[in-house]
Design a protein around this ligand. Structure first.
Ligand SMILES: Cc1ncc(COP(=O)(O)O)c(C=O)c1O
Length: 442
């Protein structure tokens, strides 16, 4: 017999929460029960300003009418269509709309249900691509220290956050890592791209010299690393990575799960940096976070390499039950329409300077050792409490929530990424609230 009768409907113990301090949370739960535009509503009726677009995903703000209606209509019209050997019109329409806004040359879309799955998909495409091209010796994958590429085995293997890796055995074989680019000694309080560190891209040449290019399939990087604490690439760094990968026939994958769909004030970070990868990994903002969906956008060269052999044969043995799911497709189409109608994919370019000045006004506040920003993403790095890493920033997170502001913290870094509908007065509120919290922090 289960102990079901002992479980009250609002018992919090059964849900083992993701990336959460479960015991702390369940002693003092933080629950949202509603949301509209820039604000959440808590279960005790308070308004909380969303400084993080949910988890970097609600780019158009909350409960936007077009998206709500699209989901409601789709649920009544076509709930599900098999993803394999069958289709439905919206998945095709959406792929075209994604390609419309993607960098030139990226013309084909594989659907997933999350950023993690998009990463796995891209890594598998990379390996299989070289194989169908007759270069099956290219099996190595190169990631970067401090990178976050989701939580699945490929992603944590190329990822570089030790806490996310160390518990899970030997991970994928044949993975190497470039150094991260975070350098407080030289680049603290940079506005936009840090000036120092382009030469770190040359570490890729060293790795290639060690393994030989003929063994390397792909390099994956976040153009701006988000989850590890907003690490902005040094000026010229991504261009150099592109030159090196191209020279050696290695695919370049941009993980734009955070930077995609307008975060930097351009549709994708690839546009911001003027660097086109071979594959672009996306999720989050694609559906405004409303329904899980990801998309990997690949070049025609990659796609076309697979289109060979007998026509009745499946060209790429990969896919998910929910790839291009009708509800998700409807949500994504309405999301992209909302972005277009309201100019949200480029709004960060207009507001970026205001956001930058506001954030950097906190420079002389207690504990602040760096402030950095690009587009509508920013970070405030705090001096950790000696011997108690993460505690100071977590305490800031709790105090912010009490004060009516949602921030995100990772390590001792406060990350900010408001919905792209943010107004100047919201930015003022974010910065004033944080200013007060920093002054009151232990
Ligand atoms: C760069 C990057 N890649 C992958 C992921 C994983 O996405 P998901 O949590 O949807 O699996 C994230 C999530 O934050 C991310 O920031």
């Amino acid at each position: 017999m289960s102990n079901r009768l002992n479980v009250t409907p609002n018992d919090l113990s059964a849900f083992w929460m993701p990336f959460t301090a479960n015991r702390q949370f369940k002693k003092a739960p933080r629950l949202f029960v509603g949301a509209k535009d820039m604000h959440y509503t808590t279960d005790d009726g308070r308004q909380v300003l969303d400084g993080t677009a949910g988890l970097w995903c609600v780019n158009a703000g909350h409960c936007r009418p077009k998206i709500v209606e699209a989901i409601q209509e789709q649920a009544a019209e076509l709930d599900y269509a098999p993803a394999f050997q069958m289709g439905h019109p919206k998945a095709f329409e959406l792929a075209n709309r994604i390609v419309d806004i993607a960098p030139e040359g990226l013309n084909h879309v594989l659907y997933t249900n999350s950023g993690s799955e998009s990463v796995e998909t891209a890594l598998k495409v990379a390996l299989a691509y070289h194989r169908v091209k007759g270069e099956g010796s290219r099996t190595r994958l190169i990631g970067r220290e401090r990178a976050y590429h989701g939580v699945n085995f490929g992603g944590i293997s190329v990822g570089g956050i030790v806490g996310n890796r160390k518990m899970f055995g030997t991970l994928l074989a044949g993975v190497d890592h470039m150094p991260h680019t975070h350098n407080l000694a030289k680049n603290a309080f940079s506005r936009g791209l840090p000036p120092h560190g382009v030469e770190l891209a040359d570490e890729l040449e060293r790795i290639i010299a060690l393994h030989d290019a003929s063994t390397i399939a792909a390099v994956i990087v976040e153009p701006v690393a988000g989850s590890t604490g907003v690490l902005i690439p040094p000026a010229g760094y991504l261009k150099r990575l592109r030159e090196i990968t191209k020279k050696h026939g290695i695919l370049l994958i941009f993980d734009e799960v955070i930077t995609g769909y307008g975060r930097l004030g351009t549709p994708f970070a690839a546009d911001y940096f003027g660097v086109t990868p071979d594959m672009l990994v996306t999720a989050k903002g694609l559906t405004n976070g409303v329904i899980p969906m990801g998309a990997v956008i690949v070049s025609s060269e990659i796609h076309d390499a697979f289109m060979q052999g007998p026509e009745h044969a499946i060209e790429f043995m990969h896919g998910y039950t929910y790839s291009g799911n009708p509800m998700a497709s409807a949500a994504a189409l309405a999301t992209l329409e909302t972005y277009k109608d309201e100019g949200l994919l480029t709004r960060g370019a207009e507001l970026g300077k205001y956001f930058e000045d506001a954030l950097h006004s906190l420079k002389d506040h207690p504990h602040v050792i760096d402030i950095r920003n690009i587009g509508l993403v920013g970070a405030i790095e705090l001096q950790p409490i000696p011997g108690e890493p993460t505690k100071r920033a977590f305490s800031a997170f709790l105090k912010a929530f009490e004060a009516g502001l949602l921030i995100r913290t990772t390590g001792d870094i406060i990350a900010l990424s408001p919905p792209l509908i943010v107004e100047k007065h919201h930015i003022d509120t974010i910065v004033e609230t944080l200013g007060g919290i920093l002054k009151a922090l232990e």
